[in-house]
Design a protein around this ligand. Sequence first.
Ligand code: CP
Length: 317
Amino acid sequence: MRHFTSVTQLGDLKDAFAAARYVKENPFADQALGKNRTLLLVFFNNSLRTRLSTQKAGLNLGMNVIVLDVNQGAWKLETERGVIMDGDKSEHLLEAIPVMGSYCDIIGVRSFARFENKADDYNEVILNQFIKYSGKPVFSMEAATRHPLQTFADMITIEEYKTKARPKVVMTWAPHPKALPQAVPNSFAEGLNMTDYEFVIANPEGYDLAPEFVGDAKVTHDQDEALRGADFVYAKNWSVADDAHYGEVLNRDRSWTVTTEKMALTNDAFFMHCLPVRRNMIVSDDVIESPRSLVIPEAANRVVSAQTVLKEILKSL
Ligand code: CP
């Protein structure tokens, strides 16, 4: 593996889960792989879990880790080619990227959807410039359309907690006050479509994800119907994905909040969310605090997913 931008690049899932299990049981076994290698993590957006778990993964592999917050302490970056740079942006991404590449062996990039232009977001303009101009392997720490390290951690968690070969997994939209990208739900759908689990997406009308991510999943606008018999409930908000209202918030209906009453429809399902989560918008206090809530082990598995992927990239150097 050289670049990692989509969970589909994991290849055979059985092998990927076995590799993750090995990393989890032997976190320091591959320190020689990362010795004298430098990992650079570049953040265009805030983070708690991705920042800490990916640093930890690199350290577990014996790497040196450096972190750049582009919007705090670095020069403000221009990202568009052809712009006359007479404003507040002092440096162009086209110089900054190869410079960053010259200081490291592997680059992780977090660059969310900007909601200015759907084509730019869905073409992953920033992430692809890092791949094109850094000269180094690049992995996504959440880009405009996907969050593959999150999805891999989610899938590892389901694998650990499932009690049947083909669990019913329901990803449900839930309300949020702000416009959030589609990266997490897109990626989760992409990953679940690689499994043979029963996979259902529940969202209000107008909130269907792009067809290339929905794939063969069943989509319903009836949350209660989706939740009946679910073994895992994965809650997430996303903004509108279609061209006409891209990035808009058309619905804040709190009847979609995941509550104890909603969870009572399920097969005593586990509750999952990638975090950070808005309590009593996305999920009620009692559900997220219940013994069936997996949000903490799910977040802990972010180290495992990042380390498994980084190990594969290191092997390719
Ligand atoms: N789930 C996730 O990516 O968390 P952060 O945004 O805090 O990194």
